[in-house]
Design a protein around this ligand. Structure first.
Ligand code: ADP
Length: 323
């Protein structure tokens, strides 16, 4: 393949820009043409497609968000919408796509192939780390570090006042941000969707900590694991312990990407471009990822078939260390 398009879709994540830069520069070095598509699938449908050169990706490696912008595009989920997208690719002479996004964006890319034979490679870009086929997604490491920094700040003030705090973090149905930040930040209790803890047990843990003289507890709550206000109310009612709630929200999405995310971005970009470059039949229909520190690729269908990553080991370590 000699001409590719690149887009970012769904939620933005730190490291997307580093990845765009790596895709563009590596593909140019392989004598491919690269087109930047604005606002994900919406730009593909509307023809917001521009050729990129080395200069178009200058000074972006350190920036969060995505210079190509991102969007959620309902029209693309229809056959008519996909038809327009496939047509524009022909008009602009774009043979295949690099899609940086999450599960929804990958489903869109697979549908585009199934319906209109548009080849693509998906690069996992989401802070949630909710794609089971890969150990890590772009943006996850940075987001966890952002949460850690917030926990550090909260600890100072919570310890000074002997107060407890529920810190709600993002992750949709995945508990990885909470689990990794909880373990690394020394949270007393970690609540994730994969491991439901009954509220009675949470209250009992807090009572035990109180009896030990530990009054400043941090409960880290994944957004998919329960309602922070309800948990707070029940704890106050059942134990009398003073507890606050902090919802970190969108600050978790932004920020300059960490070293780990920038390196991952470069490694994933190289594999994605290599796959497209080698694809003479124009049939590539794959995602790239990282498993045991090796870059991998597999068909979209195989990636979708994988479910929970587990992380049982980390959860068990956290339980021992946090008590
Ligand atoms: P993410 O990629 O971060 O999971 P979304 O789930 O919002 O984000 O998906 C991004 C975009 O991908 C959607 O706005 C839509 O255009 C497209 N998309 C999502 N799911 C599908 C699907 N099942 N079929 C086709 N396109 C989809």
């Amino acid at each position: 393949m000699r001409s590719i398009g690149i887009l970012t879709s769904g939620g933005d994540a730190p490291g997307m820009n580093a990845c765009i830069r790596a895709v563009v520069r590596y593909a140019l070095q392989k004598d491919m043409r690269v087109y930047g598509i604005e606002k994900g699938y919406e730009g593909l449908i509307n023809g917001n497609i521009k050729e990129m050169d080395r200069r178009s990706v200058s000074d972006i490696i350190q920036r969060g968000g995505t210079v190509l912008k991102t969007a959620r595009c309902k029209e693309f989920t229809t056959v008519e919408g996909m038809k327009k997208a496939a047509y524009n690719m022909k008009v602009f002479g774009v043979d295949g796509l690099v899609v940086i996004g999450g599960d929804g964006s990958f489903r869109g890319a697979k549908d585009l192939f199934d319906n209109f034979k548009v080849p693509s490679v998906g690069i996992p870009g989401t802070i949630d780390n909710d794609l089971a086929y890969t150990d890590y997604t772009l943006g996850f490491d940075t987001a966890v570090n952002t949460v850690l920094s917030a926990i550090n700040n909260l600890r100072d003030t919570m310890t000074s006042h002997d107060l407890a705090n529920i810190v709600e973090v993002m992750g949709r149905h995945c508990g990885d941000i909470a689990l990794f930040a909880g373990l690394a930040g020394g949270a007393e209790i970690i609540l994730i969707p994969e491991k439901k803890i009954p509220i009675d047990e949470i209250c009992e843990n807090l009572r035990v900590n109180q009896a030990k003289g530990k009054l400043s507890n941090i409960i880290i709550l994944a957004e998919g694991a329960g309602n922070a206000e309800e948990i707070q109310e029940t704890i106050i009612k059942e134990t009398g312990i003073q507890i606050r709630t902090t919802r970190l929200g969108h600050i978790q999405r932004g920020g300059t990407p960490s070293m780990a995310d920038r390196i991952l971005a470069a490694r994933l970009a190289v594999r994605a471009v290599d796959l497209l470059h080698a694809d003479k039949e124009k049939t590539v229909n794959k995602v790239v990822g990282i498993k045991n520190n090796k870059i991998i690729d597999e068909d979209y269908a195989d990636a979708f078939a994988k479910t929970n990553k587990g992380h049982e080991d980390l959860y068990n370590i956290a339980k021992i260390l946090c008590s």
